[in-house]
Structure formats: structure tokens, C-alpha cells
Design a protein around this ligand. Sequence first.
Ligand code: ZN
Length: 190
Amino acid sequence: MGSYYKHTKTETVHIPYSFRCEQCMKDSGTQNAVITVQAQLNSNFRHLSEGKQQKLAEMAHAKLVKAVKDARAEAAEKQVYAAAFRDECPHCRAPQSWAVSGAKKDLFTVPVILFVFGILLGTGCYFTLENADRLMIAAGCAGICFALAAAVLIFNLIKIGKKKSRTANVLQQNKPVIEWSAVQGLLEER
Ligand SMILES: [Zn+2]
């Protein structure tokens, strides 16, 4: 394997939003959802050529456009709000019912990544090591990842359960008001 350099480019956008707290009924005031994406390009060179730099920038931008479009589609069509739209009331710290569906959507994201990583790490160990006990080492590495995946899954389930129970008895369920017009330019890109 030749050595290579990892070049990354991060793009961020702020989307203003506000909500009326379901617990204390106060207006949250303008909050900022921060959506961040990162593109990556591997190269044999420490410095990217101008063309490659531009390609990397375009990749990052395309990712950002997709993330914003996805967030809007999920919010508009399914009332599922991305985690970037934090639901903690700035006055009383209470969570809001509209954030439960978003938390449910993210339930498996990290556990699945850990699980897949465990499989890759396990097989990687098995096929690259030459020790007699490589199977044990491979199983151990994979096992740690699987245990972590299970722990995160349980943690997420507890978190969702708490949010659900704390928002179950509100008198009126509200929804956040998101100022998509602030990112109109991105939404209109193809
Ligand atoms: Zn509140």
C-alpha cells in the first residue's frame, strides 16, 4: 500500500428556527441549527492541485445541499426533525415532543456503524495476523465493537424513553418554526 494523504473539506450552514416550549409555554427565541458535512479525498500528494481542490470543494458543497434538502423533506413530509434542531427549551430545559421522531430515526445509526466496523476489524485481524491465536484476537476485537454497539443502542433507547415520557403529558404539542428561507439558495440548487 502506498502512503497517501487524507484531504478533507468541511461545510457548515446555520438554519434559524424557534419553538414554543410545551412545558413552560415560553418562546425559545431564535435558535440556530448547525448542519455540518465533510467531504474527503485521498491523494498521494500532500498538496492538492487546484483542480482537485475544486473537486473536493464541490463534493463538500453537494453534500451540504443534500443534507439541507433531506432535512427539509423529512421535516415537511414526516415531521421528523434532524438532531441539529435541538429541542431543549432555553428557559426550563424541557425536551419537546416534536424531537421524539428524530431521535427514533437516529436510533440505529451509530450502533450499525459500530457493528459493521466490528466485522471489518475482526476479518481484518484474522486475515492479516499470523499468530496461532489470531482467531481469538479477531473475535475479541469484533466482540468489543459489538458490545459497544449494544451499549449505544441501549443508551439511545433509554434516551428516547426519557424524552417520550417527559413529553407525553403536554397539554398542547407544538412544532418548531424553521426559517428555510435562510437557506433558499441551497434548496434551489440542483
Ligand atoms: Zn420551557
